[in-house]
Write a new protein. Structure first.
Length: 182
């Protein structure tokens, strides 16, 4: 992709994320994205023929960022067993603490869009499979991942999030369980 085209694509992505964060998913229209990005609607349509394609790209980028975060955390302790599980748990703790994470409005939109649900499901299945493959107790590894994801989902949806100190203790407990029986 040419540098100018790539720069335009990034402006569109930033504008779409900003709109969703500031005004919610209903604000995500091609016209609003074009205005926020400072380009024509045709420029947006050149990259994304429909709002659904833009939504799919946003979800894809969030999933890739999550994968990179987990991989970075796996590299912290390269010789450790259960690296895949530990990577997801450690990245989840950081996400919960607010360093990053799936934007709530984008998650809500993704749930209503079958291709996004399929992409999220595939990413979760891959993480579950990787964690189970390296574990002596695959069901325990899966349970710990679901606990981690459940905490993140509760935080994303605003359901009685834990205070920072308590969340830190809970994620440490999950990590300790993950390390047990290495």
């Amino acid at each position: 992709m040419q540098t100018r085209s790539q720069a335009t694509l990034e402006k569109i992505i930033v504008a779409a994320r900003t709109l969703i964060a500031r005004e919610g998913i209903n604000a995500l229209t091609m016209e609003a994205v074009a205005e926020a990005a400072g380009i024509s609607k045709g420029g947006v349509l050149h990259h994304f023929r429909a709002k659904e394609a833009l939504l799919a790209e946003l979800v894809s980028r969030e999933l890739e960022a999550d994968r990179r975060d987990s991989a970075r955390e796996m590299d912290v302790d390269p010789g450790a067993p259960r690296r895949a599980l530990l990577g997801v748990v450690r990245a989840g703790a950081r996400h919960y603490a607010g360093e990053s994470g799936f934007p709530p409005a984008l998650l809500a939109a993704a749930i209503g869009h079958a291709p996004c649900v399929a992409a999220i499901s595939a990413a979760m299945k891959q993480a579950l499979d990787e964690a189970a493959a390296e574990a002596e107790r695959p069901d325990e590894a899966r349970a710990l991942l679901f606990a981690c994801w459940g905490l993140q989902l509760f935080r994303t949806l605003g359901f009685e999030p834990l205070a920072d100190e308590e969340a830190s203790r809970v994620f440490r407990a999950i990590e300790q369980m993950a390390r047990r029986n290495e």
